[in-house]
Ligand binder design. Structure first.
Ligand code: G4P
Length: 532
């Protein structure tokens, strides 16, 4: 098969949801449906096995959250799906954001009783920024749910996204009886057999004509279903693939991930509509270009770095999303900054195991072990001449001064913090005056994770104290002299980030506003696209 044909059968997607909506359960069930794992519970079990080898993830285990994104690949019919797992906790939204830059499509999981929750909204906004098409899965129909019309109204209203149900549920909770496939008009029955684990795709289908439905459904369930369907077909638009691909419409599937119901239908929806690897905007020799999955030359970008997956070997894995060409093991790729890497041991993340990838195509994600040469946002290609639009850094919301308990170890701590900052989840600032190390994070939990990791991986006891600053902004100016003069005048409230880019460190947002007003030629920005 040509590399273009291989790329065309890749579907790379992520799941977005508010914690507890059922992302983990759904992931597991998608892998089951795709035949990638054999029994429910194996994702967790595999995670467990991995975690025992990396103690720093203890915090994840204790809190039941997943801190780091991973990639799982499975086949379904003629397609290959790459599922990018996104951390669910809101403190890790930047990491999630970056993972979404590597996805071509997203599944939005809603809890049928709760509808749109704050984290769903945030993640949705990230998808919207990139016009990522979204398939909606309304989960937990086996529990008492909100009225489906009200749920879809909420999606429409809060997300400004047209909803096109492909299925329609017959009641919910104790009375949940399945859903009508609106294309075939059949009823997919939800069977509740105590003590027996239902199988994915085993739900029987029966004809959806009035007589059959009435004969098989409780009277009140039938009444509700008939009324709901009439409203849905009368009020809601029909599914339009173009509108979906443009990010304006979402097809909706109902189900219960826990009861294995609706999962196969979701997978079929993805199979039918999820797009192949998208075209990517990039720069080549300073000129804007579009990179197509079918292009011959290999290219991709790093959207995540994970260090010390195995604390015994200071390893570092860069997750590279391929955008074009046929990657072959052993290939030499170059960053847009001119660094060369021979990729002898790329990793593919199959659900069962990690294994060496011999070949990979656009849409695939490979793990590139390296010793710190690669950074989040790096573009890699055969000639090093392709530079993808940058993956932004966000200004942290919390700043803390880091101190090591043993003062003799300050240098070690700096190295450790630098190394963690290179993963791109936290940031490290160096004020112009003094030797403080200021760490920035999006949420408090990240500091706790750092304390654990610095202890486990570097054997150092780090303390985070309040910093004299609370806000960081990147500085830029068309005239370097103006910027230099500003930095000179504001030594006590400026510094540099990990890449030596100048930053303004302020007590509060008001200070930033004031400085900005006084220095109109200087840009104070809350995001920075890393120079590649
Ligand atoms: P998350 O990754 O989005 O945070 O959610 P997760 O899958 O961990 O699910 C959160 C809780 O919701 C779990 O219960 C899970 O069993 C339950 N759940 C997921 N899907 C469904 C569903 O379709 N129906 C019902 N009734 N429950 C569902 P838990 O009690 O927190 O954990 P556990 O002890 O069951 O593992």
């Amino acid at each position: 098969m040509s590399h273009a044909a291989e790329a065309a059968r890749r579907r790379t997607f992520a799941i977005i949801s508010h914690p507890d909506a059922g992302k983990t359960t759904l992931t597991e069930n998608l892998l089951l449906a795709g035949g990638a794992i054999r029994a429910a519970g194996e994702v967790a079990a595999r995670g467990e096995a991995r975690r025992t080898t990396s103690d720093w993830m203890k915090i994840e285990r204790d809190r039941g959250i997943s801190v780091s994104a991973s990639v799982m690949t499975f086949e379904f019919e003629d397609l290959i799906f790459n599922l990018l797992d996104t951390p669910g906790h809101e403190d890790f939204s930047e990491d999630t954001y970056r993972t979404l830059t590597a996805a071509d499509c997203a599944v939005m999981v809603l809890d049928a009783a709760k509808g749109i929750e704050p984290q769903t909204l945030k993640l949705f906004e990230v998808c919207r920024l990139r016009d990522i098409p979204i398939v909606t899965f309304i989960n937990k129909m086996d529990r008492e749910a909100q009225d489906p019309i009200a749920l879809l109204d909420e999606v429409q209203e809060k997300l400004q996204l047209d909803t096109a149900p492909l299925y329609w549920p017959a009641a919910s909770g104790q009375r949940f009886s399945g859903m009508i496939d609106l294309a075939t008009k059949e009823l997919i029955q939800f069977e509740r057999r105590p003590g027996e684990a239902p199988k994915i795709g085993a739900a029987p289908r029966i004809a959806g004509d009035e007589a059959t439905l009435q004969a098989n459904l409780d009277e009140s369930v039938y009444g509700e279903l008939a009324e709901g369907m009439e409203m849905a077909t009368g009020l809601l638009p029909e599914f339009d693939k173009e509108a979906f691909l443009g990010g304006h419409m979402t097809p909706v599937v109902f189900g219960s991930a826990l009861r294995h119901f609706g999962v196969l239908e979701l997978l079929r929806t993805l199979h039918a509509y999820a797009p192949p690897p998208r075209d990517q905007k990039a720069e080549k020799k300073g000129e804007p270009v579009t990179i197509h999955a079918a292009d011959n030359t290999v290219s991709g970008f790093v959207f995540k770095i994970q260090a010390n997956m195995d604390p015994n070997h200071r390893d570092r894995v860069a997750f590279l999303r391929l955008c074009s060409g046929e990657f072959k093991r052993g290939m030499r790729l170059k960053t847009a900054g001119g660094k060369q890497l021979n990729i002898h041991n790329p990793m593919m993340f199959l659900a069962q195991d990690r294994e060496i990838a011999e070949t990979a195509y656009a849409g695939d994600v490979i793990g590139v072990p390296n010793h710190g040469q690669l950074r989040v946002g790096d573009s890699l290609s055969e000639n090093g001449d392709i530079k993808f639009a940058g993956i932004p850094n966000f200004a942290p919301e919390l700043l803390r001064r880091a101190r090591v308990k043993d003062p003799m170890k300050a240098k070690h701590l700096r190295k450790a913090l630098e190394s963690l900052a290179e993963e791109g989840v936290t940031q490290l600032f160096k004020p112009s005056i003094g030797s403080d190390m200021i760490v920035g994070a999006v949420g408090q939990l990240q500091f706790e994770v750092m304390i654990e990791r610095v202890a486990a991986e570097y054997n150092l006891e780090v303390v985070f104290e309040p910093a004299p600053y609370n806000v960081a902004r990147w500085l830029s100016c068309d005239d370097p002299k103006v910027l230099e003069a500003f930095l000179d005048k504001n030594k006590s409230s400026s510094g540099t980030d990990l890449d030596d880019a100048p930053v303004y460190l302020a007590k509060n947002a008001w200070d930033v506003g004031y400085a900005q007003e006084k220095n109109p030629d200087i840009r104070f920005t809350a995001t920075k696209e890393r120079a590649l």
